[in-house]
Write a protein that binds this ligand. Structure first.
Ligand code: MN
Length: 265
């Protein structure tokens, strides 16, 4: 930690402009918890979040209708769009005088582990920031089944992780996905870096009928993890660690590149 951060009242990332987003919406308790963490790091903290929940909207962008920006505080705004819309509006409009130095997303209500990463609006906030060339960290608080989310582990560990990552050399295009286990902070085993995992069961559909007797299908039989892949984000959080996974936006399968060249060229 730099010595200036030990001075009374000094914030570790003083002067750093932080933009916060999420996919659970402007009123989400997880957003407020992340705002508290960010305010302990810097005085230049801004929030642009969806007006209503946008979980599992992934990296979608609204292009066929106008967006409305509503102000909820001096540095708090909501957009009636997706998490990605919020980053675009935040960077290009709300903070057009000076871009953010760092984008934080979360704290999501529930983990974003394994296959979740592809559906997550929380992770998409960080993806969009990476497209702008801005360092970004997505953070999610894993929940116990059927219990309300307790953000105590996220609040205990996020500030230190954000500071350490931001003050390191940040490779262009890197975004970071962080998940906190659902434990008392003093029960958390530590911080581990791991790859994105893969669950050993598939997502399912629940069949039912509405009050008029018409059948519906509801995607609601969510993925469960049973494998013992200890080094993935899934395995690390299941074993009580905070998991940290570096991601990038290049989806190219590099081994496949050579295979397809040999096949088609
Ligand atoms: Mn969410």
């Amino acid at each position: 930690m730099p010595s200036d951060s030990k001075a009374a009242g000094a914030k570790p990332l003083a002067g750093t402009r932080i933009l916060i987003g999420n996919d659970d919406g402007i009123h989400a308790p997880g957003l407020k918890a992340l705002e508290e963490v960010a305010h302990a790091l810097s005085d230049d903290v801004w929030t642009v979040a969806p007006e209503v929940e946008q979980s599992a909207t992934s990296h979608s962008l609204t292009t066929r209708r106008p967006l409305r920006l509503r102000r909820f505080g001096e540095r708090r705004f909501a957009v009636d769009g997706t998490p990605t819309d919020c980053v675009v509006v935040g960077v290009n409009h709300v903070l057009k005088d000076r871009r953010p130095d760092l984008v934080l997303s979360g704290f999501n209500h529930g983990g974003n582990l394994g296959e979740d990463v592809g559906y997550s609006g929380t992770v998409a906030v960080a993806m969009e920031a990476a497209l702008f060339g801005i360092p970004a960290i997505a953070m999610s608080q894993q929940r116990e089944q059927e219990k309300p989310v307790d953000f105590a582990p996220a609040k205990a560990f996020a500030g230190g992780i954000v500071r350490q990552l931001f003050q390191s050399d940040w490779p262009r295009d890197l975004l970071v996905n962080v998940n906190f286990p659902p434990l008392d902070p003093d029960q958390v085993k530590g911080v581990r870096v791991g790859r994105t995992g893969r669950r050993d069961t598939q997502i399912g559909v629940v069949e039912g009928s509405d009050p008029a007797g018409r059948p519906y299908l509801w995607i609601g039989d969510f993925l469960r993890h049973h494998s013992d892949d200890e080094d993935s984000d899934l395995g690390l959080v299941a074993r009580g660690y905070v998991s940290v996974t570096p991601l990038h936006l290049d989806l190219t399968h590099h081994a496949g590149l050579e295979r397809l060249k040999g096949l088609l060229e």
